[in-house]
Ligand binder design. Structure first.
Ligand SMILES: Nc1ncnc2c1ncn2[C@@H]1O[C@H](COP(=O)(O)OP(=O)(O)O)[C@@H](O)[C@H]1O
Ligand SMILES: O=P(O)(O)OC[C@H]1O[C@](O)(COP(=O)(O)O)[C@@H](O)[C@@H]1O
Length: 305
């Protein structure tokens, strides 16, 4: 079983207007609420791919109820630990450019943390994969993901991690199955300025392998993604399309890669699936559908660099 963990889910309030004027009353041309948060997005894409997963994490208040209701409607298996404080709402503003306003998230109590960790412990079985993704709500230590790893390994399960900075570096000695920073996050991880060519990205990606990651992907938004192994590096892209809402593209890539890797054991096939899912989501209002993923998959170009 794949478990996605979203400690800090969100309602993603995706709003659009042609031209945002700060300090004025602006009228929206569209507004939609979507269940969001990195692990939840991963589970939604796995569902589209026909791969079973259960979404775990926290949920509280009317915002949490909305997310759980949407997941139920989408038939995404989930068990979110109830919190007294309400789940956050993130604003995704599409005007002259894409702007994201992500809230810090609610305060989680010690009893709620205990309920979540005991639930996870009771579920884990050998061969499971736990995908830990996204920011931490208030009240959780920055070591929270790393602290879950001994429990995951004790159950003979593996983990995938999508977080940034020191929290990501701290988990590498425990051999995450997959890491997928974007190229900005990768440069920041090693205190580098923005990378200007692909070989710089490959060199930094190999550092993640040396530090312990089993599979390294680096996403580069409209410039596609790299899969970096000890001896090879592959650059994958898709045919240009109309970008509608790239929120969740990274989560979609992680879902496509991890789900396909678990199903087939074939990293190249998994990389293609990851690219297709990421770009298909960027070319959709909500996360990608199965049909959109198949359409985009037919346009993938991959080259060794
Ligand atoms: N504008 C885009 N056009 C085509 N594909 C995209 C676009 N934005 C994202 N993608 C696809 O989704 C993947 C993940 O997107 P990215 O923005 O790099 O991740 P993150 O959301 O984690 O920053 C990219 O590697 C690419 O395959
Ligand atoms: O947990 P964080 O880092 O605040 O990110 C949460 C936000 O990221 C998303 O999961 C989208 O992530 P990506 O665009 O990186 O795939 C949104 O659904 C959510 O609003």
């Amino acid at each position: 079983m794949i478990y996605s963990i979203t400690l800090n889910p969100s309602i993603d309030y995706v709003i659009a207007l042609p031209d945002l004027e700060l300090g004025r009353v602006n009228h929206l041309s569209s507004a939609v609420m979507l269940p969001g948060g990195k692990g939840i997005n991963v589970s939604r894409i796995l569902k589209a791919l026909g791969i079973a997963s259960t979404a775990l994490g926290f949920s509280g208040g009317f915002t949490g109820a909305f997310i759980e209701d949407q997941l139920a409607q989408l038939q995404v298996a989930h068990h979110l630990t109830t919190t007294a404080a309400a789940t956050r709402l993130n604003v995704k503003l599409h005007a002259q450019s894409e702007t994201e306003l992500n809230a810090a998230g609610p305060q989680i109590t010690a009893a709620e943390v205990e309920a979540f960790t005991s639930d996870l412990k009771a579920r884990l079985q050998p061969g499971d994969v736990v995908i830990m993704a996204g920011s931490l709500p208030q009240g959780l230590p920055t070591s929270f993901y790393r602290d879950l790893i001994p429990m995951i390994h004790a159950a003979k399960a593996e983990f995938v991690i999508d977080t940034t900075g020191q929290a990501l570096l701290d988990t590498l000695p425990d051999h995450p199955l997959v890491v997928k920073p974007n190229h900005h996050e990768l440069a920041a991880l090693f205190g580098d300025a923005e990378y200007t060519d692909l070989q710089q990205v490959v060199t930094a990606g190999r550092k993640l392998l040396k530090l312990g990651a089993q599979h390294v992907l680096v996403s580069m938004a409209g410039k596609g993604a790299l899969m970096i192994t000890a001896d090879h590096a592959y650059h994958g892209t898709v045919a240009p399309g109309q970008v509608i809402n790239s929120v969740g593209a990274g989560d979609s890539m992680l879902a496509g890669f991890t789900g396909t890797l678990m199903q087939t054991g074939d990293a190249q096939a998994a990389f293609k699936a990851g690219i297709a899912c990421g770009s298909a989501t960027a070319f959709s209002q909500d996360l990608a559908t199965k049909a959109k993923i198949a359409e985009v998959a037919a346009t993938i170009t991959m080259e060794e660099i």
